[in-house]
Design a binder for this molecule. Sequence first.
Ligand SMILES: C[S@@+](CC[C@H](N)C(=O)[O-])C[C@H]1O[C@@H](n2cnc3c(N)ncnc32)[C@H](O)[C@@H]1O
Length: 237
Amino acid sequence: MDREYTYLNCLAELGVGGAHPGGFKLTQEILSAEHIGKKTTVLDAGCGTGQTAAYIAQQYGCQVTGLDHHQLMVEKARKRIRSLGLPIQIVHGNTEALPFADSQFDLVLSESVIVFTDMPKTVQEFRRVLKPGGCLIAIEMVLEQPVSPQKLAHIKDFYGVSRILTEEQWVQLFQEAGFPSIHSEKYDLQFGVQNVPDFSLSEDVDVKYFEMLEHHMIMFESTKEILGFRVFRCKTV
Ligand SMILES: C[S@@+](CC[C@H](N)C(=O)[O-])C[C@H]1O[C@@H](n2cnc3c(N)ncnc32)[C@H](O)[C@@H]1O
């Protein structure tokens, strides 16, 4: 079997839930500040193994759709949803060309996803599928300070991303997609480090993926001054 040892394949093979800065604890905190009722329509874009999608459906009893590009993530998310008996649709799709009509969702949640995509396309798609008055909540890594080209290349190479944006560049991206109101909030990197791990391992996981996870921990420690994250709350009106 051909294997590509990418960060996203690593997350998928190990079935890491809450694979975003701040983890599940941050997700719960952010959502508790939203007005989510039974009629709220939510898209968890880049849902990974479906931890957040499942939580929203259980906690708020609203209509949740999860979407991910990675076939293995989709399988693991569907397995989770089935085992919990939740009425969530998990769609195999691309955030850069969402298979949804315009103005369909009240809330789009995107937890560490945009950076892995064609960013302008994805953000424009999020804007398109949101209802007037709807909101995008995005958790994304942020370049906190200038860094040597070598170090930046190493970080980008590890995550498999083409760019790492500063907070100002993120805000500009959301503005250019037509979000008139953008609020950015900084959290401490330590937020959520004590999250309970959530794994759903594939059978016979290649040991290389465990090594990659370890490499990630080392990189996380060594880039603390350089890489942070923000929660961006972008309103359509
Ligand atoms: C870092 S993981 C985060 C997963 C999940 N949001 C979480 O917090 O656990 C990034 C996710 O984005 C998905 N992804 C990356 N590019 C995508 C795209 N173009 N369309 C849909 N999903 C994408 C990956 O497959 C992966 O599941």
